[in-house]
Design a protein around this ligand. Sequence first.
Ligand code: 13P
Length: 287
Amino acid sequence: MLVSATEMLQKAKAGHYAVGQFNINNLEWTKAILLTAQELNSPVILGVSEGAGKYMGGFDVVVGMVNGMLKDLKITVPVALHLDHGTYEGCYKCLEAGFSSIMFDGSHYPIAENVAKTTELVAAAHAQGVSIEAEVGAIGGEEDGVIGMGECADPQECKAIADLGIDFLAAGIGNIHGKYPANWKGLSFETLDAIQALTGDMPLVLHGGTGIPADMIKKAITLGVAKINVNTECQLSFAAATRKYVEEGKDLQGKGYDPRKLLAPGFEAIKATVKEKMELFGSVDKA
Ligand code: 13P
C-alpha cells in the first residue's frame, strides 16, 4: 500500500539520512526502483512530473501500475507516489487519482500567491492523508519544460511557507536540474544553514540530485536535507547501457530485439544507479 512521505521523511531528518525520490518514466523505471528499494530494505519515493504522467497515459495509469507492482512484486518497504513540480491543477488531479504525496511548485508566483495556493492545497492534501511539498526559490535548469534560474531561496520566505503546515520544503540553494555546468559554484551551505535555523524540524528537499559530489550530498544531509531528488542520472545510465547493447549489435543476434532483452541492460543500469544513491543517502536498512 502506498504511504504518505511524511513519516519516512521525519524519521530521515531525525536519523540524519535522506530518502531518495527517483523519477519514473515507464514500467521498467518503476520496477527497477521498487525492486532495488525492496532489496536494500529502503524507503523510497517515486517521483512523477506532469510530463511523465502524461507520457505514461495519465495519472490513473500511473497509480494503477504502481499499486499493481506493490502487490504483485510483494513490495513491503514504505513507498510514496509523489507528484513532482505540480501545478495547482495537477495537484488536484493527483489527489483524485490516488497519489500519496504531492508537490506544489508555486515558486514562480509572487510569494503572497504562493502562500495562498499552498495554504489551500495543504488543506486538500491533508484531508486525504496525502503529504505535500512546497518550493521557495527556483531550482535552476530545465525539467520537463519547467525552467528555473537557480536562485537561492530567501530563508524568511522559507519560514513563511514552512509555517503553512506543509510536510517538507524544497528550497533553492544553487542546485540545478540536469547536468551541472563546469563553472557551477556548488551548493550554498550558508543558505541551507540559514533555512534550517528558521524551519527547525521541517525535512528539507534537495532537487537536482544528479551530479552533486558525494561530499556535498553528505554535508547537505547534516544541514537538514532529508529528501534528495534524482532523475537525469537514471536516464543517463539507462541510455548508456542501451546504447552499448545496440552498438554491440546484440539486438541483431538471435531474438535480441525482444523488448525484454533490449531493455534489460538499461533496467539493470537504473537498479545500479538507485543502489549507489541509496547507499550514499544512508537510507539502506531504514525501511
Ligand atoms: P535531476 O534530473 O538533476 O536529477 O533532478 C531531479 C529533480 O530534482 C526532480 O525534481
